[in-house]
Design a binder for this molecule. Structure first.
Ligand code: COA
Length: 498
């Protein structure tokens, strides 16, 4: 069967075992692998590499599109293979190795990695390992459920290993649109003018002589870990729908809205799911990860088109989507992440961007990455690409975490990913604060009144009132600003009465 997927006989003798392919990877190399939020990652070669490291220790720099599935980040971290990891991860095991200082993690805006590679600002890729549905007669690589950084990795690498995954449906062929921007400073505008724009090839065009090995695999993507909507996420979705409805009534948007982007995780997926019960229609997405909610919106006939860089689904949704791919295919495009997340395109299309915060402060600065200001959660991902350049930048979170012992609204965020300048709307289950056109003192009042959990609202108001007593454009009690985080660290709760 794999010969139908490797469409020119000259490649057939390049098929080797995963172990043989992994033996091309040497200590100190920079490896670029496919994979974006648990979708379309190379699977067999990294597993073989981790196995080999047990008897033949080696360290590599690993770049991907985003996070990997099949516990690969954990397996590689446990095998002590990772010296450096770029640009995103979401694995508890790797997170531990990052936070104990073993793995150097470079947390990057997802649109930027290949720009830096192309201009040799970060070390060049020695070997790219790319999962594919097929290799065309000319040697073009047809990716699977994600594009991520795979195209530029393969184009820029010295050698390429292709994993032909027979479990990935060949109906995925034709979804991809591979466009590589020309070199700067003479780059032409990127010709994406709508989510539907097809501007590139349906495969990754590379010099076929660079394909050093082909490995045939069968392992499926692992399913997403998102939880179903709950009362809080339904309330957040409701506040967003009311707000957008009001924008429509004021004539600033129509019921078709503007193309939507939604971040990763349970909350963003649930918020998108909430669009099913709104009057909005003929929606379009220009996003990064297409989660279950994208297909729920297609099925509810709310969504007309979705452009992304990966498809990451729960197990039942994956089976349904693959079986019905014929009905979805003409409404989908998967692009390289530098195009799905490109500031030029995001600004041009006027996206409504919905991303998730771990915490935000009374002035609207957002922390999406560092628990307690120090411990990496996942990474900034694409949230910064979208938040800075969108038409409207919305951040959502639940108002409390860890059983109410953490307030997600704090006097000062312990780490800043998105500054107040990039944040227009913040929403928790308790309400929404529209920060557009407001100065810091006005922002603080609306955030505390609308978004703080009732059990923390008075303490935030008290902090703000005392800070105003000292004056300032952005009033703070500097010596007290992180006392809430310190209280959680020392006695397990931010509550003032504990
Ligand atoms: N302080 C400490 N921990 C907090 C917290 C806070 N203020 N708020 C939430 N958490 C914890 C939760 O308790 C949960 O912990 P657990 O895994 O031990 O249960 C964890 O953070 C995830 O929170 P959850 O409420 O389940 O949200 P989520 O699945 O929607 O993920 C982010 C939220 C912020 C971690 C996730 O969206 C993310 O990594 N974002 C950054 C990257 C990004 O936005 N990419 C998309 C761009 S397209």
């Amino acid at each position: 069967m794999h010969r139908q997927r490797i469409r020119h006989p000259r490649f057939w003798d390049r098929v080797v075992s995963a172990e043989e392919a992994a033996s091309l990877i040497k200590d100190g190399m920079v490896i670029g692998m496919s994979g974006f939020t648990r979708a379309g990652e190379a699977k067999a070669v990294p597993m073989a590499l981790a196995e080999r490291a047990k008897t033949d220790p080696l360290k590599i720099t690993l770049m991907t599109g985003a996070s990997l599935g099949n516990d690969l980040d954990k397996t590689l971290a446990d095998a002590h293979v990772l010296a450096r990891r770029i640009p995103f991860q979401a694995d508890p095991g790797l997170r531990k190795a990052i936070n104990n200082g073993e793995v150097m993690f470079v947390d990057q805006h997802l649109s930027e990695t290949v720009e830096q590679l192309r201009t040799q600002q970060i070390p060049a890729i020695d070997i790219a390992v790319i999962e594919a549905v097929a290799i065309t007669e000319e040697g073009g690589i047809i990716p699977t459920t994600s594009v991520g950084n795979s195209a530029s990795f393969a184009i820029l690498a010295k050698k390429v290993i292709v994993e032909i995954n027979l479990s990935q449906s060949d109906t995925l062929e034709g979804l991809h649109d591979i466009y590589i921007p020309s070199r700067r400073p003479t780059r032409q505008p990127i010709p994406v003018v709508s989510p539907e724009s097809r501007v590139g090839f349906p495969f990754i065009p590379i010099d076929p002589d660079k394909i050093a090995a082909i490995v045939v695999t069968q392992k499926l993507d692992s399913s997403s870990t998102i939880l179903p909507p709950d009362d809080d996420t339904r309330a957040i979705a409701g506040h967003l729908a009311d707000f957008l409805g009001n924008e429509v009534r004021k004539g600033r948007l129509t019921n078709e809205l503007q193309p939507l982007q939604a971040g990763i995780g349970t909350i963003a997926n649930a918020v998108m799911h909430g669009f099913i019960d709104t009057p909005f229609h003929n929606l379009k997405m220009y996003s990064e990860v297409l989660q279950d909610s994208t297909f729920d919106l297609f099925d509810a006939e709310k969504l007309d088109f979705a452009s992304g860089s990966s498809i990451t689904l729960s197990q039942p949704k994956y089976q349904q989507v693959i079986a019905d791919m014929g009905q979805y295919k003409h409404k989908l495009i998967l692009r390289p992440q530098e195009i799905s997340n490109h500031p030029e395109v995001i600004r041009r299309l006027g996206l409504i961007c919905i991303n998730t915060a771990l915490e935000f402060d009374i002035y609207g600065n957002i922390n999406s990455t560092h628990v307690g200001g120090t411990h990496m959660m996942n990474g900034i991902g694409g949230s910064g690409d979208f938040a800075r350049n969108g038409h409207m930048s919305v951040f959502v979170t639940k108002s409390i975490a860890k059983g109410g012992n953490i307030s997600s609204i704090v006097p000062m965020v312990s780490h800043v990913d998105h500054t107040e300048h990039d944040v227009d709307i913040v929403i928790t289950e308790t309400g929404l604060a529209d920060l557009r056109g407001l100065a810091p003192r006005e922002r603080a009042q609306t955030i505390i009144a609308n978004c703080a959990h009732p059990s923390y609202r008075d303490d935030l108001a008290d902090y703000y009132r005392r800070a105003c007593g000292r004056g300032g454009h952005t009033p703070h009690l500097i010596e007290e600003a992180f006392s809430w985080h310190a209280a959680f660290r020392t006695h397990g709760s931010m509550k003032s009465d504990t």
